[in-house]
Design a protein around this ligand. Structure first.
Ligand SMILES: *Cc1c(COP(=O)(O)O)cnc(C)c1O
Length: 373
């Protein structure tokens, strides 16, 4: 089998989705599956839908195109504010997008009118992450402007947390988002269909004691794919953390007499290129490096330690070596490692438990995601 490769257990992704869908459904919250970390891989996206995700979301239009080319017809939302230069494609491939700039919304409106479509607009509100977002005090005004435009329909508001800042949302921030939804409706009239609370970092709040108010959507990637809380890195109870495995091949084993001369180490890369080797006597060299994944996001197999990596080589230390050239070694990945590996051209994606394309899939979610675009 080709190496390096990512083995994807689609059944675990489906079951992880089912677990969060069931728990959040009890709180009146639907799940949008986020596919950006897997570059819009259609079979992985389909597993999210099979597990009950109501729709999909991705940050890049190229990933959405990939979903569409594979025949996925569910609603897809662009969660990164569209590039002005991509307005046509956004309207062509996505039902809705998250927006923060009226100039972009106007371009989406013109594109939609040309295509005889109506594009959904969700306004992203800045609530402390300090990445993209409209300041709360400006949301009602922009919502009113959107209401006057043809070609676009105001579908909701949303917030995002913990992406740039790494800080989880609080109950009072969630309550503010609900108040803002009421305020926008007070000014604009229409019922906002979506009030999207955030991403995987919102799960502790969403599954906690407090009421979840008007929040009726979460956009989940990491929790579904890796089964962990992004802030603590801890496993979410009942979720699989091993749906993805990165497999690399050994190209050399043996003892190295002396460490590299310290003077040759680039300080910026020193941490990853070399670490103290005490306690490990044998080295194993694998055909995989920084070009393939975020090496610091790999969990080393039991009994081994990371020595370092370069663009194309991974060097690990082991105490007793049962590995030989041609052996395979398996690694778990964090979100960053996963996202890099999924995008790496030399890494194969091998699907486990994939259903044949023609076999009808058991659809668990509401029928909404079968809507044609
Ligand atoms: C990446 C992203 C998500 C999903 O985040 P996870 O931590 O993977 O759940 C949701 N919303 C926005 C705007 C994002 O950029």
């Amino acid at each position: 089998m080709s190496c390096p490769r990512i083995e994807v257990d689609l059944d675990k992704i489906r079951r992880n989705t089912e677990t969060v869908v069931r728990r959040l459904d009890a709180r009146g919250i639907g799940v949008t599956g986020v596919t950006k970390a897997v570059c819009g891989h259609p079979a992985i996206a389909q597993s999210m839908l099979d597990g009950g995700a109501l729709g999909l979301a991705d940050a890049r239009i190229s990933n959405v195109q990939r979903l569409r080319q594979a025949g996925i017809t569910c609603p897809v939302t662009l969660i990164r504010t569209p590039m002005l230069s991509q307005a046509d494609a956004v309207v062509g491939f996505c039902e809705a997008s998250y927006n923060t700039d009226i100039v972009v919304i106007a371009a989406l409106a013109s594109a939609a009118i040309r295509k005889d479509k109506v594009h959904g607009i969700i306004l992203m509100v800045e609530m402390g992450d300090q990445r993209e977002g409209i300041l709360p005090e400006n949301v009602a005004k922009i919502a009113q402007q959107v209401m006057t435009m043809q070609g676009v329909a105001l579908k909701g508001i949303g917030a995002n947390f913990a992406c740039l800042s790494g800080i989880a949302p609080t109950a009072s921030q969630m309550a503010s988002l609900c108040d803002l939804a009421n305020e926008v409706e007070g000014v604009c009239g229409p019922f906002l269909k979506t009030v999207s609370g955030g991403n995987s970092a919102n799960l502790p709040w969403a599954l906690g004691e407090r009421t979840t108010g008007r929040i009726n959507d979460l956009r989940l990637g990491e929790a579904i794919l890796l089964g962990v809380d992004p802030i603590s890195g801890d496993q979410i109870g009942g979720m699989h953390t091993d749906a993805f495995t990165l497999v690399a091949e050994v190209i050399e084993t043996g003892v190295k007499p002396a460490p590299f001369p310290i003077a040759m180490i680039d300080p910026a890369l020193a941490r990853l290129r070399i670490v103290p080797t005490s306690g490990v006597s044998m080295r194993v060299i694998l055909a995989m490096g920084h070009q393939d994944t975020d090496i610091s996001g790999l969990s080393m197999p039991v009994g081994s330690a990371l020595i370092g990596a370069t663009s194309d080589h991974l060097v690990i230390g082991v105490n007793r070596c049962t590995l030989k050239t041609g052996s395979e070694l398996r690694f778990q990945m964090n979100y960053t490692a996963l996202m890099h590996a999924m995008a790496a051209p030399d890494i194969d994606v091998k699907l486990l438990f994939d259903l044949p394309a023609k076999q009808p899939r058991h659809i668990q979610g509401k029928s909404e995601h079968l809507m044609l675009v």
